[in-house]
Ligand binder design. Structure first.
Ligand SMILES: [Zn+2]
Length: 186
């Protein structure tokens, strides 16, 4: 049983939020706060009376409290969270892999990359709007974009690295893309 054996922790919304030692993971699970999603197939913990598999991925049963301690960083994941996964033009729910990021005022017209000028949009709306302002395109925003003080969910904190347990792979796919800090203009 290597001391380095760790468990990946997911939020109730399946976002990777941290990694802890397996003993801590067992405590969360035994307290009923998290469920086992994946186990280390080849490892078992044996005590006098029982032996059980070691969790490699755990998922919190209930949602985490919104983040309040620090201001959310400007990342795709956080813009997506702020917009609650809805296209800000038509209001449709957009799965993360289909979401596009729209400059409300296009870059070519002096629009900045930042919290107050980036929203998520579905592909059809993004194509229709193209390089126009919302006024020109006749497309109203659901709400004026702002920097959020808190986010409805914890952002992704863990990204895939070589050498991590393979059972983590599918939960960490795309996290580098989604969790990356974005350059803000001005
Ligand atoms: Zn749309």
């Amino acid at each position: 049983m290597g001391a380095q054996m760790e468990t990946l922790i997911l939020t109730a919304a399946w976002e990777p939020v941290g990694r802890v030692g397996w003993e801590r993971a067992m405590t969360l699970w035994l307290a009923g706060r998290a469920e086992v999603v994946e186990v280390y197939e080849d490892r078992r913990v044996r005590t006098v009376s029982v032996h059980f598999e070691v969790p490699s991925v755990l998922r919190f049963v209930r949602g985490l409290r919104p983040q309040t301690k620090r201001r959310p960083s400007f990342s795709r994941a956080n813009v997506y969270a702020r917009d609650e996964g809805r296209c800000q033009y038509c209001g449709r729910r957009v799965p993360r892999h289909d979401a596009t990021f729209d400059h409300v005022v296009p870059r070519g017209r002096g629009g900045k990359t930042g919290w107050d000028n980036i929203v998520i949009a579905c592909l059809p709306c993004n194509r229709v709007k193209a390089c126009r302002t919302p006024d020109e395109a006749g497309m109203a925003l659901l709400a004026a974009p702002r920097r959020p003080h808190v986010l409805p969910r914890a952002p992704m904190m863990v990204t895939w690295e070589k050498g991590m347990p393979l059972t983590w792979r599918q939960y960490l796919r795309d996290t580098r893309y989604w969790g990356a800090r974005l350059e803000q203009d001005g």
